[in-house]
Design a binder for this molecule. Structure first.
Ligand SMILES: [Zn+2]
Length: 65
């Protein structure tokens, strides 16, 4: 049962990513505030070859980037 609930939660997050106009964070899956139509070179906190990272993940993990 626990496993199934975890899977549902996972699928909901994927669904959010697909339906949202906003790009999801590749680390925490949270909101980034960056629209999907934003060109790559105009995005903030965008990791080339990886994807969009949110504000908090960026400051936590990508200080040395
Ligand atoms: Zn994040």
């Amino acid at each position: 049962m626990k496993r199934k609930r975890k899977l549902v939660f996972f699928l909901q997050r994927i669904k959010w990513r697909w339906l949202s106009k906003e790009e999801g964070c590749i680390i925490c899956w949270g909101r980034t505030g960056v629209l999907k139509k934003t060109p790559m070179d105009k995005r903030i906190h965008y990791v080339r070859g990886c994807g969009q990272v949110c504000n908090s993940c960026w400051s936590e993990d990508y200080d040395d980037f």
